[in-house]
Write a protein that binds this ligand. Structure first.
Ligand code: PDD
Length: 285
């Protein structure tokens, strides 16, 4: 079955789906995106993802090209047409097509919208979570507005590749003060030796992950101690547990950082419990 993509009003087989060569996303990374988890054919935390999408667009002064309700229908239709039960839905909006010029295009230029959906290997992911993953640390060389979910991801691409080349699954960015900001495509967490769950405040230095937001609810509901503060790489090396969060990985235990075992080198009980609990607190659409 050919995968179907939504592109500017049409559902097309992916091999025939295309955007113009002068799309500003292609030429300038001038756009934003969202990734939602699909589970059992339903979209997880759609409302929050669409709210973040709207905020990203506002921050970049790109107009929302259609209503939230219309976008939700397109998302649902992409899931249906691609027969996705468990997977990912990807949504991208750029400032549209115009002759190449760094300044904004003429008023009335329509933003481009692309939506795709594909299945993921849930059983495989559970197996990975049962073993935990390795991360490396890299200097955070990104711009100052990573709170915007922009498609401009070159430092993230290079960081992820550096991780892969070292046999790791994720790279954690580290700021000039030696504090972990976040992963190349996830938020970073530790559990201290005294059992406190710690993650960096969602200022401009990280993306405010939707999984992160929901997980804070889970942590509070479970009566765990929680602290929203920065932590250093050294603290992470010595933590009892570490994990990361994202829509595609949910809660993923981290068992090695820069080749040093975290805790006893196996997924921790807090991360494992939070992973099991997450979907009870998420919104299902
Ligand atoms: N990444 N930080 C960064 C830099 C991210 O790219 C992501 C998500 C997150 C976690 O956000 P959320 O919990 O809303 O998924 C944090 C997506 C999954 C991606 O780029 O594929």
């Amino acid at each position: 079955m050919s995968r179907i993509a939504y592109v500017n009003g049409r559902y097309l087989p992916q091999r025939a789906a295309a955007v113009h060569v002068e799309d500003r996303g292609y030429q300038f990374s001038d756009g934003v995106y969202e990734v939602c988890e699909v589970r059992g054919g339903r979209i997880i935390d759609q409302r929050r993802h669409l709210a973040r999408l709207k905020r990203s667009l506002q921050e970049l002064r790109i107009e929302m090209p259609m209503s939230e309700a219309a976008l939700a229908i397109v998302m649902r239709e992409c899931i249906r047409r691609n027969r996705v039960r468990d997977g990912i839905i990807y949504l991208q909006i750029t400032r549209g097509v115009a002759p190449r010029d760094h300044g904004f295009p003429p008023p009335g230029t329509r933003p481009s919208v692309v939506v795709t959906a594909h299945g993921i290997d849930v059983v495989g992911n559970e197996r990975i979570a049962a073993d935990g993953i390795a991360v490396i640390t890299v200097p955070d060389n990104r711009w100052q507005r990573v709170d915007i979910k922009s498609i401009s991801l070159l430092p993230n691409v290079l960081a992820k590749q550096a991780a892969r080349e070292k046999g790791a699954k994720e790279a954690w960015f580290v700021d000039g003060g030696g504090h972990v900001t976040e992963g190349s495509s996830s938020n970073a967490w530790i559990v201290t030796r005294s059992g406190k769950v710690v993650t960096r405040p969602a200022d401009n230095g990280i993306l405010r992950g939707i999984t992160r937001t929901v997980l804070i609810d889970v942590i509070r509901a479970q009566g765990l101690e929680f602290e929203e503060r920065s932590f250093t790489v050294e603290e992470a090396y010595g933590a009892r547990e570490a994990f990361l969060t994202s829509a595609s990985q949910i809660v993923m235990p981290v068992v090695r950082i820069d080749d040093r075992p975290v805790g006893n080198g196996a997924p921790g009980s807090v991360a494992t419990a939070l992973r099991a609990e997450f979907h009870h607190h998420a919104e299902w659409t």
